[in-house]
Design a protein around this ligand. Sequence first.
Ligand SMILES: [Zn+2]
Length: 240
Amino acid sequence: MKISFHGADRDVTGSCHLVEVGGTRVLVDCGMFQGGRRLDEDNSEPFGFDPRDVDIVLLTHAHLDHCGRLPLLVKRGFRGEIVTTAASRELARVVLLDSASLHEEEAKREERTAARRGEDRSVEPLYTTLDALNTFEQFGRTANYGEQLTLAPNLYATFLDAGHILGSATIILESTANGTSHAIAFSGDSKHSPHQRSSVEAYPAIGGHSIGGSKGLVDQILMHTGSFHVFLRSRPRIEA
Ligand SMILES: [Zn+2]
């Protein structure tokens, strides 16, 4: 299991994490950088991976800093499946259409400003309403809390209620290989955020999945920003 962070590592926004397992590439969130001109400009930068190579996107929730670059991902060639909860899917429709129209308006405003300076310049929006509509075509299976979804042979995702906004989820991604089970938990923005972020022990069990606390199932916190944490767990697989 290989994980790389393409946002929300130095900054709190722009959550976007790529997990590669076997031949499968899973993106967890594809959020917008927010908070000032420098971060706005980061949104149009290359992702750091080829969107055409991504098989599946798992969406933790529908806040713009977690879903806002999905239409850009589709515009740049992503044709895989987006998996999230039913509520997040509906909220994302509203959020992404709104975001697309804001980008269109901003592009027109820049063109008008240029025209006033005597420049005939066309400005391309970060993405358009059509890109947002195309994104909705990529929404596939609905994730129900607590149900394990098979993403690929030996690769599974489970969405758990994160208690953040309607439909929000902590996502546990598990893979098994050579008798060992590896799990990565993406907390999403979670109400379970520990006060001592550096302490795995401070993180409570969520649902039936203990991804922290005293049971010792978490080996390592890979990343944390704000209330978003990524945990890693490895243990021998127990065959039924
Ligand atoms: Zn959020």
